[in-house]
Write a new protein. Structure first.
Length: 302
């Protein structure tokens, strides 16, 4: 989900051939013809990433799947998160690529204006980031609800596109969430592996004021990193964060506009074959959901 400012996609490029371009471990879709505008990316304004045009397998809802339960699921009757409100933000939307005009609409993120949303990345085999994030969010929702939490998703696969990044931030704010986690997968080049947690930096400009959330968000991020690594066996990113598993960003509207503790997690690199093997495995995704759930639980218990 990391990205630098780049040119928004154009609706007429959706029919053009695309070719992957890699930039410093992140990816962007580049049109082979036309004006060369970027046709894919992370949250608008984050580092671009390279991907081939993916197919979009339907995300299975784990609440209706045997994969959603295993021996580590909470015992019946345990409600340690009763009374807590948690918002999970599955990054992107599988239908964004069909709504170029809508997701290119500029929105105010406090410091600047950016595109409403982006299409996200995909594995070389065509498994879309948007399907991955929704699957993991649904699994985590099941686990968190079993512990008594009230859980809301910013989108549950029922929207035509989006929501926009300002709407995603507002969802957590309006809910008065005790914690918000935005779930993503990255699009770095081959050999770039591992996960990282994105923390909000100090921003106080326009509509953006992260003063009150920086400290609790960092605590949430630390718990998330620790438990995600423990549950999945994944290591911190070897291509961003200097092996710490953390990056601090001041250019992401989803963080800048938040008034409640919030972090992003990039669960792995979809463009690396070894990481892709994990991200496309339902058993591993369940472990990822446990890592996210346990991290949130540890933060709220602290």
């Amino acid at each position: 989900m990391s990205s630098q400012n780049r040119r928004p996609i154009r609706a007429y490029l959706l029919l053009a051939p695309v070719a992957p371009l890699a930039f410093a471990g992140v990816l962007v879709w580049q049109s082979v013809g036309g004006d060369g505008s970027a046709a894919n990316g992370r949250e608008p304004g984050g580092p671009p990433s390279a991907s081939s045009s993916p197919t979009r397998p339907t995300a299975e809802d784990p609440e209706d799947s045997n994969n959603s339960k295993n021996a580590k699921d909470p015992e019946v009757g345990e409600k340690p998160l009763a009374g807590k409100v948690i918002v999970l933000d599955p990054g992107h939307n599988p239908n964004n690529r069909d709504h170029a005009a809508e997701i290119n609409r500029q929105v105010d993120i406090g410091t600047v204006r950016k595109e409403c949303d982006t299409t996200g990345t995909a594995t070389n085999g065509g498994y879309a980031e948007a399907d991955f994030t929704l699957d993991v969010a649904r699994r985590a929702r099941t686990l968190l609800r079993a512990q008594g939490a009230e859980v809301r998703l910013t989108q549950d696969g029922k929207r035509e596109f989006g929501p926009c990044i300002d709407e995603r931030a507002e969802a957590g704010n309006k809910a008065g969430a005790d914690a918000v986690v935005s779930i993503h997968a990255d699009g770095g080049g081959p050999g770039s592996r591992g996960f990282h947690v994105i923390l909000p930096g100090e921003v106080h400009e326009g509509k953006a004021d992260t003063t009150a959330i920086v400290k609790p968000s960092r605590k949430l991020g630390k718990e998330l990193k620790s438990h995600f690594a423990e549950e999945t066996g994944s290591k911190p990113s070897n291509y961003v964060g200097n092996d710490t598993g953390f990056t601090v960003r001041t250019d992401l509207g989803g963080l800048n506009l938040s008034t409640v503790p919030k972090v992003f997690i990039e669960c792995g690199n979809m463009r690396d074959a070894k990481d892709a093997d994990l991200l496309t495995d339902a058993v591993w995704r369940q472990r990822a959901a446990h890592g996210i759930t346990n991290g949130i639980g540890a933060f709220l218990a602290g």
